[in-house]
Design a protein around this ligand. Structure first.
Ligand code: HSE
Length: 385
């Protein structure tokens, strides 16, 4: 019998209990032993819930109980989630998490603590909700050199953008996403691109071995998107998507989060609603795309439960992954790299290689954003994927 504790009985934590209970027969058959949720840490009471009697309010009960083999951290936020995770690892308990904020900010320390104490720290649910992406990148692509990762990494904003493309206003689309349980506690992290930035930092650390500080990576969210542009782009069969990317360039890694235009032929064009899509380019494999539910209770819980099962199956797998600290000067300026852009301006575009797609709106080829910004201070500019 393996006993676990769940930290936080919100959307994801309650989903973890639900997935374990729903699929218990299969899970226990695969593990070869029963699994028990011994504790749930939450400050609230849950009268009538089947885990009512497992709820504790004091983390020390969990960390001091030698029967607790693994802790599933689904609290969200940096603190106390980081502190509890570190204490659990130091107490010889493996930790699995859905918390991208903690992985992006403290993954280095937590991986090191797991290694030191001979336990595991896994975070499949921290990127892409239920999509298997972390372990496939670490294990299945191990023989490749990764060239780039480009993804729709935030379900809330993808849902909102889809609704806006159909003419709905931003505020009601956001409120729907919140009601459906996709959004962060504070939805500004979704809307301003910070959640996607944390996820691309995690993917960059897996792809390129170094974790960059959130402050060193630029992110632009979706607040400023104007329905005029979604309308024009719909007219040419294209959509605005919030994209996180990291790519090897000649003079460093290009990395960031920004709204971009996905033309209809692009693999990310059809990733709609709360779905995420992550396109990885690897030197031996070529392109591979990971697609699935990027947020929500049961999809995210599915990834947490898969980590729980991985720990049970391979408790002593050596912790090879480490996040080395990345330096800001490893990164190049994405705005200086020539590419194709959507440009809407009232100024004349005679000097550009471009095609007008609607009055005052153009697709421009082979120019950097920096040059467009300085030549067209009035313009709306989005990179075309
Ligand atoms: N708020 C996040 C999203 C949850 O919408 O993608 C999953 O990480």
């Amino acid at each position: 019998m393996k006993k676990i504790a769940i930290l936080g009985y919100g959307t994801v934590g309650s989903g973890v209990a639900e997935v374990i209970d729903t699929n218990r027969t299969q899970i226990e058959a695969l593990l070869g032993e029963p699994i028990e949720i011994k504790y749930i840490l939450d400050l609230r009471d849950f009268p009538g819930d089947r885990y009512e009697s497992a709820v504790v309010k004091d983390f020390s009960v969990i960390v001091n109980d030698p029967e607790v083999y693994l802790v599933a951290e689904t609290m969200g936020g940096s603190h106390p989630a980081y502190d509890f995770s570190l204490s659990a690892l130091k107490a010889g308990k493996s930790v699995v998490t859905s918390n991208k904020e903690v992985v992006a900010k403290f993954g280095k320390q937590l991986l090191a603590a797991a290694k030191e104490h001979g336990v595991r720290y896994l975070f499949e649910a921290s990127v892409g909700g239920g999509i298997p992406i972390i372990r496939p990148m670490i294990d299945s692509l191990a023989g490749n050199r990764i060239c780039s990762v480009t993804g729709i990494l935030n379900g809330t904003t993808n849902y909102i953008l889809g609704e806006m493309a159909n003419g709905k206003d931003f505020a009601s689309a956001l409120s729907e996403a919140q009601q459906k349980g996709f959004a962060e506690k504070d939805p500004t992290a979704d809307v301003d691109g910070v959640d996607a930035k944390r996820k691309i930092c995690i993917l960059a650390a897996i792809a390129f071995g170094k974790i960059y500080s959130e402050e060193d990576v630029n992110s632009v969210g979706i607040r400023e998107i104007d329905l005029t542009d979604t309308e024009i782009l719909r007219g040419i069969g294209a959509k605005i998507k919030l994209i996180g990317w990291v790519r090897r360039e000649e003079n460093g890694l290009s990395m960031g989060v920004a709204p971009c235009v996905a033309p209809s032929g692009h693999p990310l064009y059809s990733v709609d609603g709360v779905y995420n899509g992550i396109l990885v380019r690897a030197n031996a494999l070529g392109d591979v795309m990971f697609y699935g539910s990027g947020a929500g209770k049961l999809p995210t819980a599915s990834a947490v439960v898969s980590d729980i099962m991985e720990v049970f199956a391979n408790p002593e797998k050596p912790q090879a992954l480490q996040f080395l600290p990345g330096q800001k000067n490893d990164l190049c300026d994405p705005d200086a790299i020539p590419g194709n852009y959507y440009l809407r301006t009232q100024l004349t575009t005679d000097s550009l290689d471009c095609k007008e797609i609607a009055p005052g709106a153009y697709i421009v080829h082979g120019v950097s954003r920096a040059r467009l910004v300085s030549a067209f201070p009035d313009a709306v500019i989005y990179q075309v994927l």
